[in-house]
Design a protein around this ligand. Structure first.
Ligand code: SF4
Length: 417
């Protein structure tokens, strides 16, 4: 199978689709920029594309089912050949290549490797910098990749390798470039709380808090936001920035909990915190932050999770000031350790526990919204939906405005309703 004439690169129309986390979104943007710079045209409909680049996720078995369904959908939609990249591609046993219209499977998301799989050489347009997306007020900055932990439900360590932190100077330079086009920069990665742990010789033992301190000093014009960070990895520097620098660091934590039962946390391999230490850190922050967006990931029905374990999760989630929850019914890749654990929870029980957790999440989100209603917030334009402007507050609430109420500024005060 060949793409259109290689000598006319502008003729190559490329469609991008991303599954998974913000680290994947960042990786897709970098690959997209490389295609853009090589002269290809990015299209937003797979039916119009010559090539589809799909960035895959492997966090649950469900993610891979969705990936396969999507690749088949692209093949039916038109004439596009597909390149599958990312985490599922890195762990693939060869079966992705057998899906219809798949041209190549590229482990991870190196822009040069994907360009070369597409038959397009790198030809970067001068002046384009990684990470700069020209059409959004919020940008992503990936500060590290990989993870040194081995949670039994997660295959990310296998797919992305060990923790690798990017140098501070490089991140400051990229943040400065992003600040020219964006009002908010979201720090992202696979396990950002371990930033700097692989740099023992960095000045003053660089940590996530230390990095943020340097970024805020160097780029004070933007609001930074943390993507997902473990509650017990919020060090004192980071905690004080959250409390004292609300214009520079969004009052928002997404702190994965996964379970409120210490027994289940142990089975998950999450040895660095307990329900008690998680709660202590969050309580300490919540007492000091009048406005605090707080989210968590929770897995429903992990193998061996008893009714009492589930109740412990419910009790902890009810007690802490969560403003939203992301609930994942347990489903795991067959090659992750949790697939081999005894005591697999019956699917009907998983569904029921997930439903209960979701209801709790919705109730907590509604209660927080009601408390914030009528209050002022620091809004940054995050997109458009159905002709209306979507504005994101520091505590991760979306507020929608009519576009004719907007004066074009990317950041302004809004009233939560
Ligand atoms: S901390 Fe656990 S869940 Fe998170 S990326 Fe590392 S291994 Fe996966």
């Amino acid at each position: 199978m060949d793409l259109p004439d290689r000598s006319d690169r502008a003729a190559v129309k490329v469609y991008f689709h991303t599954f998974g986390c913000k680290a994947n979104q960042y990786d897709t943007e970098r690959v997209q920029q490389a295609f853009d710079a090589s002269g290809a045209v990015v299209v937003d409909d797979p039916a119009l594309a010559d090539l589809a680049v799909v960035n895959s996720c492997t966090v649950t078995n469900e993610s891979e089912v969705k990936l396969r369904r999507f690749v088949r959908h692209v093949a039916r939609a038109g004439r596009a050949q597909t390149i599958v990249m990312g985490c599922a591609a890195a762990l693939d046993d060869g079966s992705l290549a057998t899906l219809p219209s798949v041209r190549a499977v590229v482990a991870n998301a190196d822009p040069d490797a994907v360009l070369s799989a597409a038959g397009l050489g790198a030809r970067l347009t001068p002046g384009r910098r990684p990470g700069v997306s020209r059409d959004r007020s919020r940008a992503l900055l990936k500060i590290q990749d990989g993870c040194d932990e081995h949670c039994t439900f997660c295959a990310t360590t296998l797919a992305r390798g060990a923790n690798r932190s990017r140098p501070v100077a490089e991140l400051i330079e990229e943040a400065r470039t992003l600040a020219a086009h964006h009002a908010e920069i979201v720090l992202t990665g696979v396990h950002i709380g371990t930033y700097g742990a692989d740099m023992p010789h960095a000045p003053c033992g660089m940590s996530l808090g230390g990095l943020l301190d340097r970024l805020i000093t160097a780029v004070p014009s933007v609001r930074f936001r943390l993507s997902s960070v473990e509650a017990t990895e919020v060090d004192d520097t980071l905690a004080h920035l959250l409390i004292e620098a609300p214009r520079h660091l969004a009052a928002h934590l997404h702190a994965p909990l996964q379970s409120g039962s210490n027994r289940v946390l142990k089975r998950m391999g999450r040895h660095w915190y307990t329900a008690e230490s998680y709660r202590a850190r969050i309580d300490w922050l919540a007492e000091r932050m009048p406005v605090f967006g707080l989210g968590a990931d929770v897995i429903a029905g992990f193998p061996g999770e008893s009714a009492d374990d589930h109740r412990s999760s419910i009790a902890l989630l009810a007690a802490l000031p969560f403003t939203y929850l992301h609930i994942f019914p347990f489903s795991v890749r067959p090659d992750a350790a949790a697939a081999r654990l005894g005591g697999q929870t019956p699917p009907a029980v998983i569904r029921e526990r997930a439903r209960e957790l979701r209801e709790l999440g919705e109730a907590k989100a509604a209660a927080y919204r009601a408390r914030r209603r009528g209050q002022a917030a620091d809004g940054i334009v995050s997109g458009r939906q159905q002709g209306r402007l979507e504005v994101m507050t520091e505590d991760y609430l979306s507020v929608y405005l009519d576009t004719d109420q907007w004066d074009g500024r990317p950041r302004f005060e809004v009233t939560v309703y």
